[in-house]
Write a protein that binds this ligand. Structure first.
Ligand code: FEO
Length: 170
């Protein structure tokens, strides 16, 4: 059985991960409207990964005897002024998620909950990748996105992202 506070934070994080999926699908909607199908595709895949994060946490709770409770998922309410804005919002969001994961990790550390620390190691590593992906996209957009040919090429590159179902390493 997990500590109540740790279980509550992970339960809350399930909601946050599902919100992340919703948020990134909303980014995809924006790019679809803008005719940038590669960007939209990249965020569709990102939304699938976020859903996987939520499933992984839900499963951890269930496997540890916790009854999972869902709350409403917030509405994504960002309004974007240009093609760069969602990318910047994505990086800001990932930094926020990293801070949430670290908060849970810190509590697990204080409670000497080594099992949860080990479980969260995957998420700590994943967040490094998530932030790097977001930073790289901003860099590329700033370098190439101002030119229509560059934007076209970038859109093509992002269209090539493929979804890899998570391997269950538990
Ligand atoms: Fe679930 Fe993008 O972190």
């Amino acid at each position: 059985m997990l500590d109540n506070k740790i279980a509550a934070l992970i339960n809350d994080q399930v909601n946050k991960e599902l919100y992340s999926a919703y948020l990134y699908l909303d980014f995809a909607n924006f790019y679809e409207d803008e005719g940038l199908d590669g960007f939209a595709h990249w965020y569709e895949i990102q939304a699938q990964e976020e859903r996987d994060h939520a499933f992984k946490m839900r499963r951890y709770l269930i496997d540890n005897g916790i009854s999972v409770k869902f709350e409403a998922i917030a509405k994504p309410d960002k309004v974007f002024k240009d093609h760069l804005s969602p990318l910047e919002a994505g990086l800001e969001h990932e930094r926020y998620v990293t801070s949430l994961i670290h908060e849970i990790y810190n509590l697990a550390f204080e409670k000497k909950d080594f099992k949860t620390m080990q479980f969260l190691d995957w998420f700590v590593k994943e967040q490094i990748e998530e932030e790097k992906n977001a930073e790289d996209m901003i860099k590329k957009m700033k370098l190439f996105g101002g030119d229509s040919k560059g934007l076209y090429m970038l859109n093509q590159e992002l269209a090539a992202r493929s979804y890899n179902a998570p391997v269950n390493e538990d």
